[in-house]
Design a protein around this ligand. Structure first.
Ligand code: 5GP
Length: 114
């Protein structure tokens, strides 16, 4: 077993986080270095390393997370819109090896992301 990721430590309550939502399958908490007025990370509790590591049985989990993100965006009052981002691998800019979705909003977001 390799070392726990920082997100696994948040799931296991070994380090604190500003948790905004939790259920049996996923956890959502505020990013420690927010890039927008609302910047929440939504992660599966299952230890999946990245988008590329999704298995054939993970479809319903990802579907569940998609709906959790939709509901969180409403709860966090992102009525003007928002962005959902999943960085995968080093070229994708992934820095934590536990699958996570960024929910960003509260200001107009630029495109392309760079
Ligand atoms: P990535 O670059 O892998 O897509 O995103 C990782 C995100 O995790 C970054 O936005 C970073 O600010 C956030 N992050 C890293 N360490 C922590 C932490 O200990 N707590 C919280 N809440 N966010 C973290």
């Amino acid at each position: 077993m390799g070392q726990k990721t920082i997100f696994q430590r948040i799931i296991d309550r070994e380090i604190p986080a500003d948790i905004v939502y939790e259920d049996e399958k996923c956890l959502a908490f505020r990013d420690i270095a927010p890039q927008a007025p609302v910047h929440v990370l939504v992660i599966p509790k299952k230890a999946i390393k990245s988008w590329a590591d999704l298995g054939p049985r993970d479809g319903s989990l990802i579907g569940h997370i998609a709906l959790v993100i939709r509901d969180l965006a409403a709860k966090l009052e992102l009525a003007e819109g928002y962005r959902v981002v999943c960085n995968s691998g080093s070229d994708g800019g992934q820095t934590v090896d536990h699958l996570h979705f960024h929910l960003l909003g509260g200001r107009p977001l630029h495109w392309p992301p760079g």
